[in-house]
Every structure is written in C-alpha cells, then in structure tokens.
Design a protein around this ligand. Sequence first.
Ligand SMILES: Cc1cc2nc3c(=O)[nH]c(=O)nc-3n(C[C@H](O)[C@H](O)[C@H](O)COP(=O)(O)OP(=O)(O)OC[C@H]3O[C@@H](n4cnc5c(N)ncnc54)[C@H](O)[C@@H]3O)c2cc1C
Length: 459
Amino acid sequence: MERGHYVIVVGGAVAGAEAAFQLARRGIRVAVLEQNALPYGKIEYGLPKWHVKLRNKEEAAIDAKLQHPLVRYVPKVRLGRDVRLPELLQWGVSAVILANGAWRDRPFPIPEADAYVGRGFYYQNAFMYWFNLMHDPDSGVDPCEVADGAIIVGGGLASIDVAKALMMLTVEEALRKRGITTHVLEMERGIDRLLQRHGLSLSELGVRGCTLYYRRRAQDMPLTPMPTDTPERLARAQAVRLKVLQTAQRRYLFNVQELHMPVDILAEGGRMVGLVFCRTRLEGERVVPVEGSHYEVRAPVVISSIGSVPEPLPDVPMQGETYAFSDPELCRVAGYENVFAVGNAVTGRGNIQESLRHSREVVERIVERYLGWDAQLYELLNRQQESRVAEEVSRIAEHLTGRPLLEEEQIRAIEEQLDRLCLQVGYDGAYSHWIQRHLPKRLEELLQLELSEEEEEAE
Ligand SMILES: Cc1cc2nc3c(=O)[nH]c(=O)nc-3n(C[C@H](O)[C@H](O)[C@H](O)COP(=O)(O)OP(=O)(O)OC[C@H]3O[C@@H](n4cnc5c(N)ncnc54)[C@H](O)[C@@H]3O)c2cc1C
C-alpha cells in the first residue's frame, strides 16, 4: 500500500458518486458512507417511479462510479448517528465531503400544520417516498392518504410530480370502479389520452382533480434551469416555464391556482381538512398578500411541496436553512479545515448563471417535445449537478495537494475502522450482490408478473 490521501464522502447518490469518482481518478482513496442500503438517494426515492429508464440509467452510472477500485462503499452508516464527524476526523482522514443531499422538507409556513402530519397533511419527500414504494406490499413504507380534490402547496418540478402522482392514483381508482384496470406506467403516457381511449372525461368519472397553489405567477415557477439575468433571458425562461406547466396540465389534468398563499389551516376532529388562502400580488420580487382576499378551501389531503433543504447534522453548523461555510468558494464547512459540501447539500449557492446559460437551448429543445420532457429535464439537472460537483472536487483536490500524505499505517487504521462499520451492517464488500439483494420490487416487474399470470390463466 502506498502513501496517499484518504477522503470520506458522505452520501452515495449523484453528487457523492461523482465526488468519489473524481477523487479516485486522481489516485485518491475514497470511502463513501451511505445511510441507506442503496446509494441512489433522490434517484430511487424522489424521482417518480414512472421514470423507469432514467432511473435505471442513473443508477447504473452511480454503480459504475462506486465500483472504481479506489472507492469503497460503506452502506447503512448514517453520519451523526452511527458515526460522528469529529470521530471521522480523529481517524486522520485527509478530508470529509458532505454529499448528503437535501432531505428535509422546508417547514410549512403555518407551524400548526406539523401537528397534522399523517392526518390529512403530508410533506412531499415522505409522500414521494411512499408513492415510489407503495406497489410493493413488503416495503413496510408508512402509508399516505390519497383522495380527489387534494391541495398541493408548491411550485417547482417536484410539486408537479406530486400533482401528477395524485391524479394518477385518483383516476386509477375511479377507472377501477368502472371495471377498467390501468397503472401508473400507462397513465404516464398521458391521462388525457387514456381517458380519450375509453371515451371518458374527468367529470364523467366524477373526478375534480387536485389543485396546485403557487404564491407567484405561473410564469415565475422555477421549472427549468435557464438563465434569467437579462430581461430577454427572463422573458424566454418565463415562456418556457409556462409551456412546461401547460403541457403537464394538459396531459395530467390537474388544476393550478397562481398568486395564492396559505395563511391558516382548517382542522376538525384531529385532522387537517383544508387551508385558508389569501390572494397575492407581486411588488417587484416581493409577494404581497391582497387584503381582505382570504377564503377557505376544504380538501381531504394537503401536501406541502415548497422545497427541500439539507438536514441538520450534529457537529455541522447551520446558517439559516443551509450549512454554514467559512469559504464559500470551496464550500468549506465553518469551523473545520478539511470538511466540505457538494451537490444538493449546498443550496442557495451564488451565481450559477454561467452553467445555466449553456442549457438554455437544450431546455428549449426538450420542452418542444410532446412526451418525456420531464425525464430529460431531470437528466439535464443531474448532468449540471455532476459538472458542478466535478468543479468543486477539483478545487478540493487542489487544496489537498497542500496537505501531508497519509502514511501506510494511517491508511490501514482508517481501513480497519471502515471494516468495523461494514461488519456491523453485514456488508462483505460484494457491491453488485448487495445492491441486488436490497433493490425494492419494481412496479414494472410486478406488472410483468401479473401479465404473465393473466396470460397463463388465458391459456
Ligand atoms: C423530484 C426532484 C426534483 C429535483 N429538483 C431539482 C432542482 O430543482 N434543481 C436541481 O438542481 N436539481 C433537481 N433535481 C435533481 C437532483 O436532485 C439532483 O441532481 C441530484 O439527484 C441530487 O443528488 P445529491 O447526490 O446531491 O443528493 P441525493 O440524491 O439526495 O443524495 C444524498 C445521499 O446522501 C445520503 N445521506 C443523507 N444524509 C446522510 C447521512 N447523514 N449519512 C449518510 N448518508 C446520508 C442519502 O441517503 C442519499 O443517498 C431534482 C430531482 C428530483 C428527483
């Protein structure tokens, strides 16, 4: 074993795998600590399950990076619970890179709402997690309620996913009552098309649809990674955002109320039963409530989809919603010489207009497409994420060149600590085998199974 650096990356998904790979290709040893059995993060639990091809492609890319000979995967180890940051540093590692994403839903603006989580009120991350696993009776995931006429408070791409998921589940149920079976993967091709094929409309099905409430105008929704730094670019981005939203509404039949914000909750019998909204207007960038415009909207389910922020971690200082950085250029965590953050774990970061500028044409081309535009947008976001992580890691690697190399025995001591963690969770280092063992049942596989059973019955 040669002298060298040893870096711990926390989180194994798009950002963590890219960071590990970028370090490994520079000859640096890396261990990736991941809280879950699977390393895929938002790709597995946030990207809706209808993006089968994209999910498989992104997960294969993560697998390839984590299987680099200099990368060691360490599953089911959560920083802050199973191991603490000062402990990692005591092992003598060269650096720790936080790539732990953004898994905490931004708190709903009416704090009383939190008392009703699971009783008429849900946050988006838990809802999508459930949605992605709900078809598997063995998943053990906490159930969420779905009912027609739900409210979503939000505005970004993820809130459109929630609206689509709610529409799919309510339409599926309404069709089932009429003896028509369908599934999410079929409805992804367009609920409008499906209903057309059956000669039905949403109202004939008795479905009102869910409604997405957004506090700004529809054209302000952060739906596309495009630059907005000149009036012309802003106008272009706004036109594209409107097109994205209208395409989604046309295909999935959900409602949108722009210029609305929640100001109170409605609760009865220990459940949330709706929200009080007020209308808003914009004064420049500012959202201003319109006086006297309050009204009640009753709904069986309310979902908050107003963004995700990094989870607070013990030993990691926060500044507002994000980690505190002493050196924003390096994303160096305040109070530490050699702890950094990359990926979604860094939010609210400075000017990324330059990388966005290149994506303008790509986004416009994507949005011209009739179907599959959202998968391509996600793919683009992931590629942007990777190139930002690659840039960040190259700065971190440069910083490491000024630090002493670890001696052979120091590296061996770190490996021993990692062996101990792996032993505790029963991971023997056989990556592919481990992944296969822990992958959840896929909806498409279950459907295949049902289809073949049906075929057998028909024979
Ligand atoms: C619904 C949705 C909306 C999106 N919206 C945007 C957007 O608006 N803008 C944009 O740029 N990109 C967006 N993306 C793209 C996407 O979020 C990123 O490109 C990328 O997938 C995030 O990668 P990440 O590795 O930073 O985070 P994640 O995929 O969240 O991965 C973090 C990993 O760290 C692990 N982890 C967390 N905490 C710990 C801990 N304490 N110890 C150990 N492991 C831990 C997690 O389990 C997870 O595997 C969106 C994606 C989805 C699915």
